[in-house]
Design a protein around this ligand. Structure first.
Ligand code: SAH
Length: 226
């Protein structure tokens, strides 16, 4: 949860601009009022470079350096909505912290958010942003998301924000009974956004829509991605 509300913004980063984005998302089919309220509250311009701040409330993905992107607000909202399905969750795992925007959104719908990023520089910058916004319930770790985060498993929800070529079994197994995972699967280009629901030892998979994410790459560490 954001506790420091002094990052309200003015002009292109103002509350009014943010509310226009919320309106766009509503028109595009996001209906969960909690999710729309969170998008209205989280200052997305804090998660991009200053030079791009005036574009932060467009419904687009934007570059965050190191060949990575901040996800499109519609996709963040869609994945969050499908994962929570109207519930408040205890533990959520995110793979691919990037700038930390999705994690900040998740901090409002879960008691604790665990997020893994393979590029140390992005992980540490995202940590700083959580600190600046007074978000105390997001834990960010450098590592390879393919392994998940076993120490805190199982998770009520998992959101993967980079696309593996195939569905990773390890992550499915870290879902709690009744848990839901949102994950883009496929080769670079167009991928399928999958919803995986765990019921006991059964996993139900459905395709929600076609999406475009950066690839999920194996390995992590100081030289990863350099
Ligand atoms: N969640 C971000 C989007 C991040 S883009 C947002 O809120 O906008 C995807 C991120 O996944 C990149 O930062 C990339 O470095 C990271 N990534 C790619 N493969 C990974 C892996 N195996 N483990 C952890 N992070 C990974």
């Amino acid at each position: 949860m954001i506790t420091n509300r002094s990052y309200r913004g003015v002009g292109m980063t103002s509350q009014r601009t943010r509310d226009r984005l919320v309106e766009t998302l509503r028109v595009e089919g996001i209906s969960d009022a909690t999710v729309l309220d969170i998008i209205s509250e989280v200052p997305r311009h804090i998660f991009v470079d200053e030079a791009l701040a005036s574009r932060a409330y467009e419904n687009n993905a934007l570059p965050i350096g190191h060949g990575q992107t901040i996800s499109q607000p519609y996709i963040v909202a869609r994945m969050t909505e499908a994962m929570i399905a109207g519930r408040h969750l205890k533990k959520v795992l995110e793979i691919g912290t990037g700038c930390g925007y999705q994690a900040a959104v998740l901090s409002h719908v879960a008691d604790t958010v665990y997020s893994i990023e393979r590029l140390p520089v992005l992980a540490s910058r995202a940590r700083e942003r959580m600190h600046v916004l007074g978000i105390g319930n997001v834990r960010i770790r450098e590592g390879d998301g393919f392994e998940g985060w076993t120490a805190h498993a199982p998770y009520d929800g998992i959101i993967v924000t980079a696309a593996p070529a195939e569905m990773p079994e390890t992550l499915k197994q870290q879902l709690a009974d009744g848990g839901r995972m949102l994950i883009p699967v496929g080769e670079q280009g167009v991928q399928r956004l999958m919803l995986v629901r765990r019921e006991g030892d059964e996993y139900h998979e459905e395709v929600l829509e076609l999406v475009r994410f950066v690839p999920m790459l194996a390995g992590s560490g100081p030289t990863a991605g350099v």
